[in-house]
Design a protein around this ligand. Structure first.
Ligand SMILES: NC(=O)c1ccc[n+]([C@@H]2O[C@H](COP(=O)([O-])OP(=O)(O)OC[C@H]3O[C@@H](n4cnc5c(N)ncnc54)[C@H](OP(=O)(O)O)[C@@H]3O)[C@@H](O)[C@H]2O)c1
Length: 342
């Protein structure tokens, strides 16, 4: 089966399509075999391919991924697909189920085996594999930082720096769902798109410095990595929250420090893709609070082009998705029957 791998860190051209052995036919009792139809090329994928990390995270990033070269060649994390087979003790999922999830051991592969306890959840009805693959990274991050971290309240004024990208499209939608008055910042070409996502106001960053308009916000979310707490503070209300999603190690310390002292706080950290988190994402989709935003779609053979779009950090709208030829090759190989095994 085909997989997208990289043996070294570097530019998009280090990515290769390689044949990997099929997963073993006999699943352990708790295992689930998934046919991956679509995966998302996120900014995290760019960082892990190129070993480019926010300030202060190079050391922990390389320690986690591999110092001089990646320990795990398989790329990818978020996926949409369907269950092909389940082990004898699996109760939550059944063969044929449409699912989405996040695989810590890589997802850019036609067939994937994960334990039932992994971040795999049933896809909301009516959404395609491509649409659900667009959810985990952006929607979970938005939920983690807005609902759980900043605890956005109805009527609060929220500024989103980077409203049109992989995470920003969900930050805007979720902030509106939470009842906020939302100002979205993007390039001129994306302003109408950001309005369609629900933003009440939009700012073109090439013309206006959104932190220097005199407007005061309750929450400033930075997904573009273009601000700092010092620059944002004058534009924050006394009980305001600064949310540097593209945060540095220094922002983690400021998060601790500002909890102790009165005044605006820094909300930083890392959103974890757990099963529970993705179940909450699904509930938000089912409630109509957010919808998946798919910007560009590529075929597996176009993976280098997909990474180039993502690493540019400008000019895309929502998720960049790569579709895998899994369904066709599964038919040809007929690896595992659609039934419970083990
Ligand atoms: N802490 C965590 O747990 C966590 C989780 C997820 C992501 N992240 C990080 O968050 C970051 C955001 O990811 P993403 O996928 O949303 O990025 P992205 O898709 O590259 O989006 C970048 C956004 O920034 C806008 N932008 C570019 N220059 C700008 C400027 N000068 N002023 C204001 N906006 C500007 C772009 O608008 P135009 O395209 O219109 O130019 C676009 O909306 C990444 O660094 C990622 O690593 C952290």
């Amino acid at each position: 089966m085909k997989a997208i791998v990289r043996d070294v860190y570097g530019p998009p051209e280090v990515l290769e399509i390689r044949e990997l052995p099929e997963p073993k036919g006999d699943l352990a009792p708790d295992e689930v075999l998934i046919e991956v139809h679509a995966t998302s090329v996120t900014t995290a994928e760019w960082r892990m391919r190129a070993a480019v990390f926010p300030p202060g995270f190079s050391l922990p990033g390389r320690l986690a991924l591999g110092w001089s070269r990646p320990r795990e060649p398989l790329t990818g994390r978020d996926f949409g697909g369907r269950v092909l087979a389940v082990g004898s003790a699996v109760t939550r999922l059944s063969p044929g189920d449409a699912v989405f999830g996040a695989s810590p051991k890589g997802a850019n592969v036609e067939r994937l085996v994960l334990p039932e306890s992994a971040a795999i959840v049933a896809a909301p009805a009516g959404l395609s594999h491509v649409e659900v693959a667009a959810l985990p990274f952006g929607a979970n991050t938005a939920m983690h930082f807005l609902a759980d971290g900043a605890k956005v309240q109805p009527g609060e004024r929220v500024l989103v720096l980077g409203a049109s990208g992989g995470v920003g499209v969900y930050v805007v939608q979720l902030a509106k769902h939470l009842g906020a008055e939302v100002t979205g910042v993007a390039s001129a070409a994306n302003l109408d798109f950001v309005r369609e996502l629900g933003a009440d106001h939009v700012v073109d960053y090439a013309i206006t410095d959104p932190l220097a308009t005199g407007q005061i916000y309750d929450v400033i979310v930075d997904v573009a990595g273009i601000s700092s707490f010092a620059r944002a503070k004058p534009a924050l209300a006394a009980a305001g929250r600064y949310v540097p999603i593209e945060g540095s190690l220094g922002d983690l310390w400021r998060g601790v420090w500002t909890r102790i002292w009165p005044g605006p706080r820094v909300i930083s950290g890392v959103a974890m893709d757990t099963r529970e988190a993705l179940e909450r994402v699904r509930a938000l989709v089912e409630a109509g609070a957010i919808r998946p935003i798919v910007g560009r779609r590529f075929e597996m053979a176009e993976i280098v082009a997909a990474h180039r779009v993502v690493e540019r950090r400008r000019g895309r709208r929502g998720a960049v998705i790569v579709e895998l030829p899994a369904a066709e090759s599964a038919k040809r190989a007929s690896v595992v029957p659609l039934e419970r095994v083990g």
